[in-house]
Design a protein around this ligand. Structure first.
Ligand SMILES: Nc1nc2c(ncn2[C@@H]2O[C@H](COP(=O)(O)OP(=O)(O)OP(=O)(O)O)[C@@H](O)[C@H]2O)c(=O)[nH]1
Ligand SMILES: [Mg+2]
Length: 368
């Protein structure tokens, strides 16, 4: 482990690849390694691309990565694929023409999957991003298939999330999964070369306007949701006089100022290389916004909170499984519950209490 940490610090790619495999397999050593790499200042811009299968996420990631390379920055691309049993990077390389990129030493490409639960994938992705950050990448692009709640959590491992939709996503916003609207910092309508792209963009804009309208109406009179900390005092109250008045900050920041962020809807055609520069500009503008508004700190803390919670939950689950496997208590209760003579809730409560009593409660200060 000492050697791995040393090679990792020396910037050796094989050490990074091994470390990410450890994260993927949920090996406890990854925690040990990350601990040895502390303090690990968070430098990398973490951009997420999420959307339905085949929307063009990998093509967009490749395009954005190429532009970042032109600026002299390095970039890691992680494709998180919950459906694939394969891993190790072969998949991504096959699927898209990343040949130019994959021979570039300033680019690291890797796909990740876990055989276990999706929750495991979220945890593994977070570890992988921390590893890439610690390794020193300027940019990390994480591609996830956005289909369910846990994928949203995976997407939330990034600081900036771009939701990628395509004209053939169906009825557009109607079919948009609940939660996508909330996590999107940018919307990308890819395959703009296909019919229906304009309509989808308009629908998304409309839905965003509607949402913003509701948020403002709901927030009038107090400094709540969506009001940036840079608003001068009194602005919250000034909004009471009706929705006709556009809040002063509403349009002030597509260039990334410290006002409230207005989610842009960008059209791209990754196939033709169109709109990629605008996409990169949008991602960078959001990043600037996070830094200037201070929201980056909130996002990182929210992420840290989730990460800790999930790791604690995983440990407790592991303990419960071990306990159940060896527990005579449980074998005693099972037939009772199965026959309807005992309440499953009461038994669960009894056993949970028994497990927690055996767990040692931490009374010491955290080590760091
Ligand atoms: N017409 C058109 N096709 C595109 C465009 N962008 C990507 N494609 C094609 O769409 C297909 C899927 O592209 P990918 O980049 O692999 O999409 P993805 O979202 O990464 O796919 P998964 O990782 O499988 O979910 C490929 O055949 C691309 O060539 C586009 O702008 N226009
Ligand atoms: Mg892909």
């Amino acid at each position: 482990m000492d050697r791995l940490a040393e090679e990792f610090r020396a910037g050796r790619r094989p050490a990074l690849a091994r470390a990410i495999s450890m994260a993927e397999l949920a090996r406890p050593e990854v925690g040990d390694l990350l601990g040895r790499l502390l303090p690990a200042p968070r430098r990398a811009r973490r951009f997420g691309l999420t959307g339905p299968p085949g929307a063009g996420k990998s093509s967009l990631a490749a395009g954005v990565a190429a532009l970042l390379r032109e600026r002299g920055e390095d970039v890691a691309i992680i494709a998180v694929d919950p459906t694939s049993p394969f891993s190790g990077g072969a998949l991504l390389g096959d699927r898209i023409r990343m040949n130019d990129l994959s021979t570039d030493p300033g680019v690291f490409i890797r796909s990740m999957a876990t055989r276990g639960s999706l929750g495991g994938l979220a945890a593994a992705t977070r570890d992988a991003l921390d590893l890439l950050d610690a390794f020193g990448f300027d940019n990390v692009l994480v591609e996830t298939v956005g289909v369910g709640q846990t994928e949203l959590e995976v997407a939330a491992a990034a600081d900036t999330v771009a939701v990628v939709l395509v004209p053939e996503s169906g009825d557009g916003v109607q079919t948009m999964k609940a939660g996508l609207m909330e996590i999107a910092d940018l919307f990308v309508v890819n395959k703009a070369d296909r019919p229906g792209a304009g309509r989808l963009s308009r629908d998304i804009r409309q839905a965003l306007d509607l949402r913003r309208g509701t948020a403002l109406a709901g927030a009038s009179g107090h400094h709540g949701v969506g009001f940036s900390r840079s608003d001068p005092p009194g602005h919250g109250a000034a909004r009471d006089d009706g929705q006709a008045r556009r809040p002063p900050h509403a349009a002030a920041h597509e260039d990334g100022g410290a006002g409230e962020w207005e989610t842009p809807v960008l059209g791209t055609s990754a196939g033709r290389g169109e709109g990629l520069a605008e996409l990169l500009e949008g991602l960078l503008a959001h990043r600037r916004h996070l830094e200037e508004s201070g929201e980056i700190v909130d996002r990182r803390q929210a992420r840290a909170r989730l990460h800790v919670r999930d790791l604690v939950a995983a440990r407790l689950l592991e303990r419960a499984d071990r306990f159940q496997a060896s527990s005579e208590d449980l074998s005693h209760w099972v037939p009772e519950v199965a026959a309807g003579r005992e309440s499953v809730h009461r038994v669960a409560e009894l056993l949970a209490n028994a497990i927690l009593k055996k767990a040692d409660t931490p009374r010491r200060e955290a080590r760091r």
